[in-house]
Design a protein around this ligand. Structure first.
Ligand SMILES: [Zn+2]
Length: 313
């Protein structure tokens, strides 16, 4: 199926909003972030409603592709979820929060599937819960949506080689751990601090110090990613585009500007495009009121309707 416009698609569900808004983390996370991006894309005419794909929620059997059954059982206890998500004190079990993760994981699966079949970049407006491991969740990540999506595509296409480019401010330690023994999945991460040292032939972890600015960050990316693409020869790239690298992010300590974040995102996109590879993008982290705009701008630039987006700023 070919179409002239747009040059990308997005994945979003209204449940991305309602799932978090009521009971979501009180901290710095803007629970309206995903919805703001979707609304801005539509109101500016960057995308039409038909370019916004609606995911189907996954079930427990999908979570089991990347997680231990014993661990998943603990998620049914509200205390586990509250701890991982930094929610306020104990509440009766809140179905909508878990429902959010089921829908958003369905979104990452859909983004990957559509990227493979339609050959345009597909952005999940949520996703990227990269700290979740097989047997535990941490840091706002009860389940690893990207790992589940990878396992699903591996079932459909055995032997497929997948590169995960994780440029969230935090290390993609959960994803790297889950795929440590899988040589068909390469986990590449530039981050501030290494939470877990992962010994794997198909893992690269690059740590950058506080106050890293645009030049050093982009230089690191430009030097280290091309050899991985050339040597690993992926069939698919999944990009975790966390914007918590931005200098104003309340959780991050880098000094990267608006232009730097966009440059980073477009650099990954161009490298993948030059090789003709399918690209699925998930949001990753990014906190505070300005975070949504950073991911939104990336989508605008890829959409081919950049002028419309800048008109809205
Ligand atoms: Zn992060």
């Amino acid at each position: 199926m070919g179409f002239l416009w747009p040059d990308c698609l997005v994945v979003y569900s209204y449940e991305y909003y309602v799932g978090l808004a009521a009971k979501g983390p009180r901290a710095a996370f803007d629970t309206g972030k995903f919805r703001k991006i979707r609304n801005a894309l539509l109101t500016t005419g960057t995308l039409k409603p038909r370019h916004v794909l609606e995911p189907t929620p996954v079930g427990w059997e999908d979570f089991r592709l990347a997680h231990d059954a014993d661990y998943l059982e603990t998620l049914k206890d509200p205390r586990t979820l509250n701890q991982i998500l930094f929610l306020d004190d104990m509440s009766p079990f809140e179905n909508d929060v878990l429902q959010f993760f089921m829908v958003v994981t369905g979104g990452s699966i859909l983004a990957v599937e559509q990227a493979l079949t339609r050959r345009v970049p597909v952005f999940n407006l949520g996703g990227g819960y990269h700290h979740a491991k097989r047997d535990r969740g941490e840091g706002f990540c009860p389940v690893n949506d990207v790992a589940v999506a990878v396992r699903r595509v591996q079932q459909a296409k055995p032997g497929i080689r997948i590169l995960i480019v994780d440029l969230d401010y935090h290390q993609g330690n959960g994803t790297a751990t889950i795929f440590a023994d899988d040589d068909t999945v390469f986990t590449y991460s530039i981050h501030h601090e290494t939470w877990d040292v992962v010994n794997s032939r198909t893992n690269m972890d690059i740590e950058l110090p506080d106050d890293t600015g645009d030049e050093d960050y982009l230089d690191t990316l430009n030097r280290s990613l091309p050899p991985v693409l050339a040597e690993f020869q992926p069939d698919l790239v999944i990009y975790i585009a966390g914007t918590d690298v931005h200098r104003d992010d309340p959780l991050g300590t880098f000094a990267i500007t608006d232009a730097g974040v966009l440059d980073r995102d477009l650099t990954v996109w161009r490298m993948v495009k030059e090789r003709g590879l399918p690209l699925a993008v998930v949001a990753g982290g990014g906190y505070g009121p300005g975070s949504w705009r950073l991911y939104y701008r990336f989508i605008c630039h890829v959409s081919g309707r950049r002028r419309r987006c800048s008109a809205s700023r």
